[in-house]
Design a protein around this ligand. Structure first.
Ligand SMILES: Cc1cc2nc3c(=O)[nH]c(=O)nc-3n(C[C@H](O)[C@H](O)[C@H](O)COP(=O)(O)O)c2cc1C
Length: 377
C-alpha cells in the first residue's frame, strides 16, 4: 500500500514524498519580480515532495492581479533563479505554474489600458480584479468587459507560454504547470457555455474547444520535453462565473484521453470535492483511467491528513496537494508525518503585504521549543 511519505518517480524527477504544495498566489511581487523574501518562503516549504509555485503570468496581457510575478522578462527569470536555487539547496523540487487570466482582468492592468481578452466578449459577472482605481491606488474592482480574441492571435499566446516555459527551465525549475483551471483563459475556451465562437476554436464541437489548450500543451512539450510539463484543470468548478454546460463530463474525458496520448509529467485536478459533488467518486476513477496508467494524477481540495493518506493508499491519486495548510505550516510534511497539530493561517495576509503571514510562520519544533523555553523553570 502506498503511503504519503513514500518516494515517487515523476518521469525521472525523484520526489521525496507524495505531498505537493498547491499553487498559491500570494501577491508579494511588488514589481512582478520575485525577490529574496519569496525565495525564503518557498525554501521554508521545500519539505513538500513537489512545490508548484503561484501562477506566474506569461505576458503583460496575461495578468489579472497587481503584485503577481511574471515569467516573461529577464529580471523576472533572474528573480526565479534565486527561488529555485533556495528550494534545491533544501533538497526540494519545484514546478512553475504559468498562467493567462484571459477575461479575468481589468483595463488598469492591461498594456495601454486596453480591454482584457477572452474567447468571447462577455464579462465575468460578480468577479473582481485587483488593479488600480482611477486615482491610481490599488483596489478591487469589477473585471472589465473583454474583447474576443481573433483566431490568428492564439499562436502568439501559445508562443508566450513557450517562452515562459523556456524561461522557467533557464531559471532552474524542474518543470512547469500550465494553468488550465479555475476559470482562467484555457478554461474559458474549454467551457461550452461560455465559448460559443463559430470558428475552429469554439462552439459545440469538443475538439474545437480543446484545440487551444492542446496546441499550447504540444508547443510547450516540444520546447522543454513532455516529462517536464504538467497541467492543472478544474472540471465542474463553478468559480469566476464558469457556467455548467451540455456534455461537460464528455468534454473533460475527451481532454483526459488527449492528454494520455501526450505523456505529460502529470495532470492536476484542483477541486476534488466539487468534482465529487457534481459527478460522483466514479467520475474521478473514470477520469484517472482515461488519463492512462502512465499519467501521474494529482488531486487537491480541502485535504485532511486522513483523506490524503486514504487517497494515496487506495490509488485514487498518485500525489495529493495541500494549499492553505502550507501557508501557516511551512513544515507541513513533518507535521503530517508526526501527527502534530496544524496552525491556522490568517486569511487577511493571504494576498499582499510582506513578511507578515508569509515567511514568519514557525515550524512546529521551533514553535514548541520557544514555548517550552518560555515556561518558568
Ligand atoms: C491564497 C490562495 C491562492 C491561490 N492561488 C492559486 C493559483 O495561483 N493557482 C491555482 O491554480 N490555484 C490557486 N489556489 C487554489 C489552491 O491551489 C488549491 O487548489 C485550493 O486552495 C484548495 O486546496 P486547499 O483546500 O488545500 O487549500 C489558491 C488558493 C489560495 C488559498
Amino acid at each position: 500500500m502506498n503511503s504519503l511519505f513514500d518516494r515517487y518517480d515523476l518521469r525521472g524527477l525523484e520526489l521525496r514524498n507524495r505531498i505537493v504544495m498547491a499553487p498559491m498566489t500570494r501577491s508579494r511581487a511588488i514589481t512582478t519580480v520575485p525577490d529574496a523574501l519569496t525565495a525564503t518562503y518557498y525554501a521554508q516549504r521545500a519539505g513538500a515532495g513537489l512545490i508548484v509555485t503561484e501562477g506566474a503570468q506569461v505576458s503583460e496581457q496575461a495578468r489579472g492581479y497587481l503584485f503577481t510575478p511574471g515569467l516573461h522578462s529577464k529580471a523576472q527569470t533572474a528573480g526565479w533563479k534565486a527561488v529555485t536555487a533556495a528550494v534545491h539547496a533544501e533538497g526540494g523540487a519545484l514546478f512553475a505554474q504559468i498562467w493567462h487570466v484571459g477575461r479575468l482582468s481589468h483595463v488598469s492592468l492591461q498594456p495601454g489600458g486596453r480591454a482584457p481578452v477572452g474567447p468571447v466578449a462577455k464579462a465575468a459577472e460578480g468577479v473582481h480584479a485587483f488593479g488600480y482605481r482611477e486615482d491610481g491606488t490599488p483596489g478591487q474592482m469589477p473585471v472589465s468587459t473583454p474583447r474576443a480574441l481573433a483566431a490568428n492571435e492564439l499562436p502568439g499566446i501559445t508562443a508566450d507560454f513557450v517562452a515562459a516555459a523556456r524561461n522557467a527551465i533557464e531559471a532552474g525549475f524542474d518543470g512547469i504547470e500550465i494553468h488550465g483551471a479555475n476559470g482562467y483563459l484555457f478554461e474559458q475556451f474549454i467551457n461550452g457555455g461560455l465559448n460559443i465562437r463559430d470558428d475552429a476554436y469554439g462552439g459545440d464541437d469538443v475538439g474545437n474547444r480543446l484545440r487551444f489548450v492542446l496546441e499550447t500543451v504540444d508547443a510547450v512539450a516540444a520546447a522543454i520535453g513532455s516529462h517536464r510539463v504538467g497541467i492543472r484543470l478544474s472540471p465542474f468548478n463553478r468559480v469566476f462565473d464558469m457556467p455548467a454546460f451540455d456534455g461537460e463530463a464528455g468534454t473533460w474525458l475527451t481532454l483526459a484521453r488527449e492528454l494520455a496520448a501526450r505523456e505529460l509529467a502529470y495532470v492536476h485536478l484542483s477541486n476534488r470535492e466539487a468534482i465529487v459533488r457534481a459527478a460522483g467518486e466514479g467520475f474521478l476513477a473514470t477520469f484517472r483511467e482515461t488519463c492512462g496508467g502512465g499519467t501521474t494524477l494529482i488531486l487537491a481540495g480541502n485535504y485532511t491528513r486522513e483523506g490524503a493518506a486514504a487517497d494515496v493508499a487506495a490509488g485514487v491519486a498518485d500525489l495529493v496537494a495541500f494549499g492553505r495548510p502550507f501557508i501557516a505550516n511551512p513544515d507541513l510534511v513533518e507535521r503530517l508525518r508526526n501527527d502534530w497539530p496544524l496552525a491556522e493561517g490568517d486569511g487577511a495576509t493571504f494576498y499582499g503585504g510582506s513578511a507578515a503571514g508569509y515567511t514568519d510562520y514557525p515550524a512546529y519544533r521551533a514553535a514548541a521549543g520557544a514555548e517550552s523555553e518560555a515556561e518558568p523553570a
